[in-house]
Design a protein around this ligand. Sequence first.
Ligand code: ZN
Length: 172
Amino acid sequence: MPADHPNPAPGPLRLIQSFASTRGTVPDSDALRTREEAAAWLHKAGLLPPEAGLTNSEHAALLRLRDSIREVLAAHTRGRRDAESAARLTKALADGRLVLTVDPASAVQLASAARASYPHVVATFAVAVADSATSGTWSRLKACTGPRCGRAFYDDSPASDSRRCSTHVARR
Ligand SMILES: [Zn+2]
């Protein structure tokens, strides 16, 4: 995971923060621009097996998933309920085909029911969102409203009312 985030998020939410931050605010900065670049990022993050790649439709779905996450983070910043963004994220996460598995020792976990590798990538993101929602941190991951920023930042303010990352917070 890159360590260059302002206000790093705790636990599994850090993965979502890194993913959301693969698109920068400079027009040409997108770590997932091509299929190959996106697969390389997923390999590096340990989300996709080294031998696996992405199809064109999986690449397009991955970008839609990222856009829908970024929209929801922007809604967190505004403190508004955004039904359209929520519906888009729900739809994008459905690719993960999550099911609840129970093993003989009665250990229970969320896992992907799919065999292909791409749904497992989506399932990992979905579980990270679910875990952070359970621990109460999900709504604190936001998109900075600073000029030309938009970076995903973790709001650890007591009232959870920050709208800017630490780089921009002093210049309101
Ligand atoms: Zn910022």
